[in-house]
Design a protein around this ligand. Sequence first.
Ligand code: PXP
Length: 245
Amino acid sequence: MSQPIYLGVNVDHIATVRQARGVSYPCPVHAALAAEMAGADGITMHLREDRRHIQDHDVERFAELAQTKLNFEMAATKEMLAIALRLKPADVCIVPEKREELTTEGGLDVASQKKRLEEYVNQFNDAGIHTSMFIDPDKEQIDACVAIGAPVIELHTGAYAECKSDKERTIELTKISEAAAYAHSAGLVVNAGHGLTRGNVEAIAAIDAVNELNIGHSLMADAMFKGIDCAVRDMKQLMLQARSL
Ligand code: PXP
């Protein structure tokens, strides 16, 4: 019997459109509530250090209004730690962050900073917040997440999404499905995301060890043409079909 698969909707780019003009619309909190009504299982907001899209008041309002769960995406900084401990989201996802990047370009190097990251995981565990580590599909990184007691990982699917040929795609897909199976058998909850679209989501959703997909940019782009409701429903349907649910 297939395991369920969940859709986390990232609404950062609703805020990108708002910030482009410095006005009050469109509102990512409204988008999040609409996505929940369309069947999103959770909402991701990434409060970046440079506040280029999501602002503090967005996460604060959504944390109060969430009907599903907030996944608070953050860099491992003292400032973000304090905000997360105050907001108490259901989940946090720790990502690497560089000011000059367009988006989160690679996975977090957990293996080289185990001691520092373990302090974050311990504080979140004590606060009842699930910590996810956004990592590349790599055994050394998975072992490091287990070693520091992180309960959840999110596998970076960006390299898969950027493949130009079927041959490359098969190689990346194999890496992701092997990493997912390895992490799952080590007791981790395995999520995945980055660069997923209606065109490439099914192969990832079909991986049984994967619990949740976090999707933002392509969903918001679809929403511009058909509305958030339809965009979220269509994506979820594709995921469930791929999982034969
Ligand atoms: N998961 C994580 C950890 C991310 O950083 C992002 C991008 O913000 C996503 C998922 C969603 O990626 P995309 O916007 O390409 O769907």
